[in-house]
Design a protein around this ligand. Structure first.
Ligand code: ATR
Length: 287
């Protein structure tokens, strides 16, 4: 593409940003949709997020994604925040408006679209959610608002699981999240579960790590969804498949959170054909 005086700029702020795949998503979409837009990563040092947002506004950057470790910290510098992002307490997308940026959370809607595209449903499901960090908390909220029947929130540190459950049950207005110690999975009621892996355990290079290794756990799972996408198949996914379950990684979540951000910035709807084309580009990095 030709960069000229009318090129609009979007980007990513975080630390580190060197390994991001987001430029592939946005620059491929801009090319396919014939839009004069470039997307670049901007590393931002600790303590400089507010400055970065002020600077971005002065430079009239169309939009920004926000990644680790700034998804909560960035909120203080916004002009406005979308209701869902406020409930989740994390923002990953900024859209420039008159007088500042409005913050959104497209991670959760991205996860939901990824699940729908793979035929994985939340409504009415019995769900096991591993982890009680920032990511798992947002997933718990998504499950609560999308009609999960029960969400058993398993975490190594029980107090964190309890705090997340109390908060999400309160915000969503449903008593749906049940906190548990990870090792108490043996006491889960019978039946088959959708299990969502929301911890960082198993992330490359620690590919043999897994929160629960016991075969009996995987016999309870009909579908395993790992939010990790590197490695392509985590041990959690492998164990799920070995016990007859379906398993998915987090790459489609990455894809759709980006697509939703792109749609917000450009006021367009990205077709499934374009989404699929971008997915294939992303996949090439893992083959
Ligand atoms: P994020 O914002 O990415 O969710 P986080 O807030 O640091 O990151 O949360 C990490 C999650 O992974 C937590 O649920 C953490 O469990 P604790 O609350 O007990 O710390 C979980 N986690 C990290 N390393 C783990 C390990 N080795 N075994 C089990 N759980 C682990």
């Amino acid at each position: 593409m030709e960069i000229n005086g009318k090129t609009r700029v979007c980007g990513l702020i975080g630390n580190p940003v060197e390994h991001t795949l987001s430029p592939i998503i946005h620059n491929t979409l801009a090319e396919r949709l014939g839009q004069n837009l470039v997307y670049v990563p901007f590393p931002v040092e600790m303590g400089k997020v507010a400055d970065a947002v002020v600077g971005a506004d002065a430079l009239q950057l169309l939009g920004l994604n926000v990644t680790v470790p700034y998804k909560s910290e960035v909120i203080a510098g916004l002009k406005e925040i979308d209701a869902l992002a406020k409930d989740i307490g994390a923002v990953n997308t900024l859209v420039r408006t008159d007088g500042g940026y409005k913050g959104y959370n497209t991670d959760m809607e991205g996860l939901y679209r990824a699940m729908m595209s793979d035929g994985v449903k939340i409504d009415g499901e019995q769900i096991i959610l591993l982890g009680a960090g920032g990511v798992a908390r947002a997933v718990a909220y998504l499950c609560a608002v999308k009609g999960a029947d029960k969400v058993y929130l398993l975490n190594r540190t029980f107090d964190k699981a309890r705090a997340v459950a109390e908060e999400v049950n309160h915000t969503s207005g449903r008593e749906v999240i049940i906190p548990m110690h990870t090792e108490d999975y043996v006491t889960l009621p019978g039946g088959k579960y959708l299990a969502i892996q929301g911890t960082s355990v198993g992330l490359a290079p620690h590919v043999e790590d897994v929160v629960i290794a016991d075969d009996a756990f995987y016999e309870k799972i009909h579908t395993g969804f790992d939010l990790i996408y590197s490695p392509w198949e985590t041990r959690f996914m492998r164990l799920t498949r070995e016990h007859g379950g379906r398993a998915y990684n987090g790459l489609k979540m990455l894809l759709y959170q980006g697509i939703i951000a792109y749609e917000l910035w450009n006021d367009v709807k990205v077709s499934e054909e374009d989404a699929q084309a971008v997915y294939e580009m992303l996949r090439e990095h893992f083959i």
